[in-house]
Design a binder for this molecule. Structure first.
Ligand SMILES: Cc1ncc(COP(=O)(O)O)c(C=O)c1O
Length: 391
């Protein structure tokens, strides 16, 4: 290893999570990883639920719901009146597509878009809710934030766009897009914009109000470390009367907050535990310190892995577009040898106990590493060893 990895944060040993010693786990980006105190808090709520479901759901959880909503919205600097919990970012995005299909206009997506969002956009088009899907070619590697904004502007100027869906952080290539600037460009052209922030809460110091988007969809179960099933949809004031969750229930006609409060019988405990996850990180390391450490780790690891492979990282700016994940281009030999990215990913996991993500959204394979506080330089060294053995 040529340069130095950041010193581990105090109190970040693996035993704080349920992560077994024999895994090299460089993919909390997919489903997060929960601190033990967060797991315990959820288990306690589920136990209370099972003890007396009506009392728990109809009375006890209502009080917890309101304080959770307020704490989570304030953590993300989102106006609480437009903040509603859903199960995941997919549901939040689909709720916007169902409430506000662009009809005669197209849906504009980046070319590194998450596959499920592309699939949903295609479905909306097939069923008459959109005129089509248009794609922005986001530069890869990206050499500046300005280049990304210019790419979105060019696509918008081609016309016909009725809704732009912009990843705050691209899924497989891990680029932090300049969403405030892209949103401003959309608004100047009268195009409503939905930010897909599946990865951003917790990874970035978010100020959702300041972005100025029409909607912001996000997850708390990735980088905030809340239980799986904690997502949200924030909606700007002008759309609150007309945006609803996918599950329309008793309160569907009673305003935004009421419609999101009750979405039929489901497991609400992930939403109720979100504040525990926020406080746990704040108490252990502080969010600012953790975010800075994860950024340093990702930037360092990207340099190590790309120079060992003789390739490059997706963020060509020297770190300005990087948060806690970084993607490195894999040499073509891996793609030729394994042809299916999941076959290769699963081989790394099954035979070597190394978990990473492999992206092929734009054809070439990109290896995405994501870093939680348990990550160490040795994990990156182990990944390099395994990559050398599987080439
Ligand atoms: C950019 C992006 N959007 C949406 C999603 C979907 O998130 P979820 O499965 O929590 O709904 C993901 C998941 O990784 C993602 O990366």
């Amino acid at each position: 290893m040529s340069s130095t990895a950041p010193t581990p944060l105090p109190g970040s040993e693996r035993s704080c999570w349920s992560l077994p010693e024999d895994w090299t786990f460089l993919n909390p980006g997919s489903f997060g990883l929960r601190l033990r105190e967060v797991q315990t808090a959820r288990t306690e709520l589920l136990t209370r639920w099972e003890a007396q479901p009506v009392d728990f759901i109809e009375r006890e959880s209502l009080a917890l719901y309101q304080s959770s909503l307020e704490r989570t919205a304030s953590f993300l600097r989102a106006d609480v009146d437009g903040f509603g919990f859903v199960s995941n970012a997919t549901e939040a995005i689909d709720a916007v597509l169902a409430s506000h299909p662009p009809r005669g206009g197209s849906i504009l997506l980046g070319d590194q878009v998450y596959g499920a969002v592309a699939a949903a956009s295609k479905w909306v088009t097939r069923t008459g809710g959109a005129a089509g899907v248009q794609t922005v070619r986001v530069p890869l590697p990206a050499m500046s934030a300005a280049d990304i904004v210019a790419a979105w502007k060019d696509a918008l100027d081609a016309g016909g766009v009725g809704l732009a869906i912009v990843d705050h952080i691209t899924s497989g290539t891990a680029l932090v897009q300049p969403v405030a600037e892209i949103t401003a460009a959309c608004r100047e052209r009268g195009v409503p914009v939905l930010i897909d922030g599946a990865h951003a809460p917790g990874m970035l110091d978010l100020d959702i109000n300041a972005i100025g988007a029409d909607w912001y969809a996000g997850n708390l179960h990735k980088w905030v470390g809340a239980p799986a099933g904690a997502g949200f949809l924030w909606t700007a004031p002008q759309h609150r009367d007309t945006t609803r969750p996918l599950a329309l229930s008793h309160e569907a006609n009673e305003g935004y907050a009421q419609a999101f409060l009750w979405q039929g019988t489901r497991d609400y405990t992930p939403w109720l535990v979100a504040p525990t996850a926020i406080e746990a990180i704040e108490r252990r390391w502080g969010w600012t310190r953790l975010q800075a450490w994860q950024h340093e780790m990702a930037f360092w690891a990207g340099g190590e892995v790309s120079s060992a492979l003789g390739t490059c990282v997706a963020d060509g700016t020297g770190g300005a577009l990087t948060a806690a994940m970084i993607s490195v281009k894999l040499p073509g030999e891996y793609q030729r040898r394994y042809s299916d990215r999941f076959v290769f990913r699963d081989l790394l996991a099954r035979d070597h106990r190394v978990e990473v993500a492999i992206d092929d959204s734009v054809g070439d394979w990109w290896l995405r590493m994501s870093f939680g506080p348990w990550a160490r330089a040795e994990d990156v060294a182990r990944l390099l060893e395994v990559l050398a053995a599987t080439a």
